[in-house]
Design a protein around this ligand. Structure first.
Ligand code: C2E
Ligand code: MG
Ligand code: MG
Length: 556
């Protein structure tokens, strides 16, 4: 409603090739309305499509060059958001049957030339009032851009269909446009609307007429449709993806999900949420754009939400505990260090693996709070050991890639260590290359700062992801932690060759090497032969409670 708010007058588009007639109509209307003129149908269409004005009415001439009134009616009949604009046909007194035919093609009324100002004003006024009243109703029921059911009416109509056709098996099909806000910022309103309209059209072409369509959020479409096989959906998704390629925003990423054979006793809104949960699940899986819902997704979704819901209170209630896994020094024949690993046992959910909750905490940023908490506990334990005269080995803490968004990460770690007066060489910091890929400069600066303050830097999971030697050349890494993958695949000659080179690089760069996930004597011996200095793995010790770890350090 851009123009209407700036200027209380409603906008009227006059499409008429005769300049004099246009001027007459403008003169009649301009006291009450803002009149925009177009000299033929094509110009009129361009003005509409520019999206610059919201029009309350169109006055349309029939005989025009370039694009006549019939063609204009046909063109705007294709565009749902223009369909609702009332159109009055301006016709000569001896109106032809064809002109009257326009009423059937979407026009609302006609006025006869020469124009009678009173008649024109009255017709225009009543037509606008009528159309605004019905559009209020329509806007509630239908989505203004796509013309399909709005959220509430989709749920209502879908529920009715489920109730009325108890013998039909139904599915829910959803499609979700990713990063919609970002697309809205990058593209014009008209382009976004064309995308939404394009998706609607493609959906209608791929589903039968007994399907019900809804625009269930700004970026989600839902369809209730008679049951189809998975293969059927796969080919529908293929068609939809092809259709998307020809739309004006070709970088829009759209995900699809089906929820087959829905339980009609479950509210349709819940069914749609479940289908979207299936989309959640594939969002980060490369190359996957279609998911079929099954109850596992729902369980996962519920569990994920439960975990996220419990995390804050878990921290307050000190449910997070630290386990220490020794790093066995092959040279000394005893623990030369340890890694602090977080453990969470929730009173209701029981033991939750860090492999499950850490990615969730990373997605919402909570991991940083947890990592600071763990660093604080580790320093407090180190202080206790130092004070009691017990043997002390350096302990490493893991930093998540998400921690690097914290503007003062290095400073906070330093403050924590200093709070307990821990010599910095007793606290090691484990970082992964994934943090480097996220934001190279921030990563390099932060790690360098930590290193310069005397903390020992360990590069975790080396060889697991997209390892690059650049990180090694650009940073002062003190310890290389070889990912478990190498221990698992040592018998492969290719892996051995790669390992040999890694060890010679490590030696050249003066780095110690820790082999992770070593479970057997054979693996340990093989690593020792290659020049490995530390072994961390079940063969020497599993992660231990604080008390167990104190015993281990004492005994070995
Ligand atoms: P990571 O840092 O690579 O830690 C090593 C993981 O390997 C630990 O799993 C450890 O229990 C496991 N492991 C050690 N030796 C063996 C072995 O011989 N065999 C097998 N199968 N596994 C072994 P965990 O504790 O489940 O931790 C998984 C990951 O969670 C860690 O991988 C680390 O990335 C992350 N993590 C754990 N604690 C924290 C934390 O406090 N903060 C952050 N940011 N991440 C953490
Ligand atoms: Mg680690
Ligand atoms: Mg690791």
């Amino acid at each position: 409603m851009k123009e209407m708010t700036n200027n209380k007058k409603r906008n009227i588009l006059v499409v008429e090739d005769d300049l004099i007639n246009r001027e007459i109509l403008s003169a009649i209307l301009s006291d009450n309305y803002n009149v925009i003129q177009a000299e033929n149908g094509l110009v009129g269409l361009e003005i509409l499509e520019s999206g610059e004005y919201d029009f309350s009415l169109i006055l349309l001439d029939i005989q025009m060059p370039v694009m006549n009134g019939y063609e204009f009616l046909e063109a705007i009949g294709q565009i749902p958001s223009f369909k609702s604009i009332p159109i009055i046909i301006a016709t000569s007194s001896n109106a032809t049957a064809e002109e009257i035919q326009c009423l059937e093609n979407g026009a609302s009324d006609f006025v006869v030339k020469p124009y009678n100002p009173d008649v024109i004003l009255r017709r225009v006024g009543s037509m606008i009032r009528l159309s605004e009243a019905s559009s209020v109703i329509d806007r509630v029921e239908h989505d203004a851009v796509t013309g399909i059911y709005s959220r509430e009416f989709f749920f209502l109509n879908a529920e009715n269909a489920l109730l009325e056709n108890t013998h039909t098996e139904y599915d829910i099909f959803c499609c979700n446009i990713m990063s919609f806000k970002m697309l809205q910022n990058r593209h014009s309103k008209v382009k976004i609307e064309k995308l939404l309209i394009g998706i609607t059209k493609a959906l209608k072409e791929n589903f039968n007429s007994d399907s019900i369509y809804g625009k269930t959020t700004s970026h989600t479409f839902s369809v209730l449709t008679p049951h189809k096989s998975r293969e059927n959906y796969e080919s529908i998704v293929e068609n939809l993806r092809n259709a998307l390629k020809s739309l004006p925003i070709s970088d829009a990423v759209v995900y699809f999900a089906s929820y087959p054979s829905v339980d009609s006793s479950v509210p349709v809104m819940t069914l749609c949420t479940r289908a979207l949960a299936a989309i959640e699940d594939i969002k980060y899986q490369f190359g996957k754009q279609f998911a079929e819902y099954n109850s596992e997704f729902n369980d996962k979704y519920i569990r994920r939400h439960a975990i996220l819901g419990f995390m804050e209170s878990a921290l307050k209630e000190k449910q997070f505990e630290i386990f220490y896994q020794p790093k066995y020094s092959l040279a000394k024949g005893k623990a030369g260090g340890a890694e602090a690993l977080v453990r969470w046992t929730h009173p209701e959910l029981g033991f939750i693996s860090p492999a499950e909750f850490i990615p969730l905490f990373e997605s919402c940023g909570f991991i940083t709070e947890l990592d600071f908490y763990i660093a604080d506990k580790v320093c407090s334990d180190l202080r206790e050991w130092l004070d009691s005269g017990k043997p002390v080995v350096p302990v490493s803490c893991n930093l998540s890639r998400a921690d690097f968004s914290h503007p003062h990460l290095a400073e906070v770690i330093e403050q924590i260590a200093d709070k307990y007066s821990i010599p910095h060489n007793l606290l090691h910091i484990e970082v992964t290359e994934s943090a480097y890929t996220d934001n190279m400069q921030v990563f390099l600066d932060t790690v360098q700062k930590l290193h310069n303050s005397g903390f020992c830097i360990e590069l975790d999971d080396f060889g697991a992801g997209y390892s690059s030697l650049t990180v090694l050349s650009e940073l002062d890494i003190d310890v290389l932690k070889l990912d478990m993958y190498f221990a698992r695949n040592m018998e492969l000659s290719k892996q051995r060759l790669i390992l040999k080179h890694i060890f010679s690089i490590a030696q050249g760069l003066n780095m110690e090497v820790v082999a992770e996930g070593v479970e057997t004597k054979e693996q340990s011996d093989a690593f020792r032969e290659m020049g490995c200095t530390y072994i961390q793995g079940y063969y020497y010790s599993k992660p231990l409670t604080k008390a167990q770890f104190e015993e281990y350090v004492k005994e070995v």
